[in-house]
Ligand binder design. Structure first.
Ligand code: NAD
Ligand code: MG
Length: 398
């Protein structure tokens, strides 16, 4: 029996994880579930999975949940706050942690799981983008097993040699081919991108996801973050990671070898496949995903990415090459810009503009400790927020 903590259980990845877990009650027990503020959804999950702990970030939501739990006579203990997230990510009785909080908020609990030597099912790519060096050091020091959930990285993990040592050349790998759907605006002319609404940006053609990652997919920052994620997971330099636009999202990524072989992982675009793979690793188990019908797919298309229409991808490569705190700055500026776009404060095209300005405004500092990352993150958020305010009321702030 594997005991699980699911960080971000009310989100898209969290719900897909519980869907897979529910199919295998003989293999997995849910020890802790966590969410930001959606106490009603978390309560339903507590009824269905009877975790030992349920954590909400929000105090008022936690009080409501505790009342409902008591009313339903459940044994679940309700906790609240960031420390509680870290605690349930590192409990001695927990074997594996699904890290599925969105954004920088996932960093502390995911790092706590790494420091405690847990098996980590990593969906929260922002942890690696912000603090790749610190996080990977923690994973190595504790002996954590790190399994990528992001579909592309899960595919690469499956296509690499079984006991990949972190050295591409020694494994005969010449390139990692990271596929991208191209998002909802792949064929939208640049002139029309200015007036994109949050609703349009969140309507992804192939995947149903949370709002932040949906906007990231629309700007292609998601692919940029994934390039950085691949760098840390597979010890791959920027030049070895090539983005390939593949609109059908059937090939989830590929590994190209020096002998000319290219190994791809394919399947329907459904996150339950990588989740089930990571849960059952090194075995396989049923995930609930429909088998792939190649006759229905019929065609697989590939295109080079358009760096002009989607400058976020270029900015992410730049930040990766700059190293140090640059990716943390990129991530923080992106989070603030995306939130402002979702709040209808700035336009879609202002997202890359803001990120570029903030990257240029802040110095790149070497990352030696977590504090270096947190300082860069805080500075970038402050500068980005200031620029957002200037954009909203240019006359007032002039
Ligand atoms: P989501 O918005 O659907 O869910 C986010 C979860 O995190 C929710 O449970 C929410 O309560 C929790 N959360 C949000 N802010 C929090 C905070 N400040 N403190 C504590 N908890 C907080 O997001 P998602 O689409 O499930 O994505 C989760 C992560 O997985 C992201 O990092 C995303 O990039 C990654 N990912 C998602 C998909 C996908 O298909 N959805 C695919 C690949 C990777
Ligand atoms: Mg992905």
């Amino acid at each position: 029996m594997m005991n699980l903590t699911i960080l971000g259980s009310t989100g898209s990845i969290g719900c897909s994880t519980l869907d897979v877990v529910a199919r295998h009650p003989d293999k997995y027990r849910v020890t802790a579930l966590t969410a930001q503020c959606r106490d009603e959804v978390l309560f339903e999950q507590c009824v269905n999975f009877e975790p030992r702990y349920a954590v909400l970030l929000d105090k008022a939501a936690a009080a409501r949940l505790a009342q409902k739990i008591a009313g339903a006579n459940l044994a679940t203990e309700v906790l609240c706050g960031v420390e509680a997230l870290e605690r349930v990510a590192s409990l001695p009785e927990v074997d594996a942690v699904m890290a599925a909080i969105v954004g920088a908020a996932g960093l502390h609990p995911t790092l706590a799981a790494a420091r405690a030597g847990k098996k980590i099912l990593l969906a929260n790519k922002e942890t690696l983008v912000m603090a790749g060096a610190v996080f990977m050091d923690a994973v190595r020091a504790s002996g954590s097993v790190l399994l990528p959930i992001d579909s592309e990285h899960n595919a690469i993990f499956q296509a690499l040699p079984h006991h990949y040592s972190g050295n591409l050349a020694a494994s005969g790998v010449s390139k990692i081919l990271l596929t991208a759907s191209g998002g909802p605006f792949r064929n939208t002319p640049l002139s029309e991108l200015q007036n994109i609404t949050p609703e349009q940006a969140c309507a992804h053609p192939n995947w149903v996801m949370g709002r932040k990652i949906s906007v990231d997919s629309a700007t292609m920052m998601n692919k940029g973050l994934e390039v950085i994620e691949a760098h840390w997971l597979f010890n791959a330099p920027a030049d070895s990671i090539q983005v390939v636009v593949h609109p059908q999202s059937v090939i989830h990524s590929l590994v190209q070898y020096v002998d000319g072989s290219v190994i791809a992982q394919m399947g329907n675009p459904d996150m339950r496949t990588p989740i089930a793979y990571a849960l059952a690793y090194p075995g396989r188990m049923v995930s609930g995903v429909e088998p792939l019908d190649l006759f229905k797919v019929a065609t697989l298309d590939f295109e080079a990415p358009d760096f002009e229409s989607f400058p976020c991808l270029k900015l992410a490569y730049q930040a990766l090459r700059a190293g140090g705190t640059a990716p943390a700055v990129l991530n923080a500026a992106n989070e603030v810009a995306v939130a402002a776009f979702l709040d209808r404060q700035i336009s879609f095209l202002a997202i890359p503009r803001l990120i570029e300005e903030v990257l240029a405004a802040l110095p790149v500092v070497a990352v030696n400790t977590l504090d270096d990352v947190l300082s860069a993150d805080a500075a970038a958020r402050k500068v980005t927020l200031e620029r957002v305010r200037q954009m909203i009321s240019p006359v007032f702030t002039a």
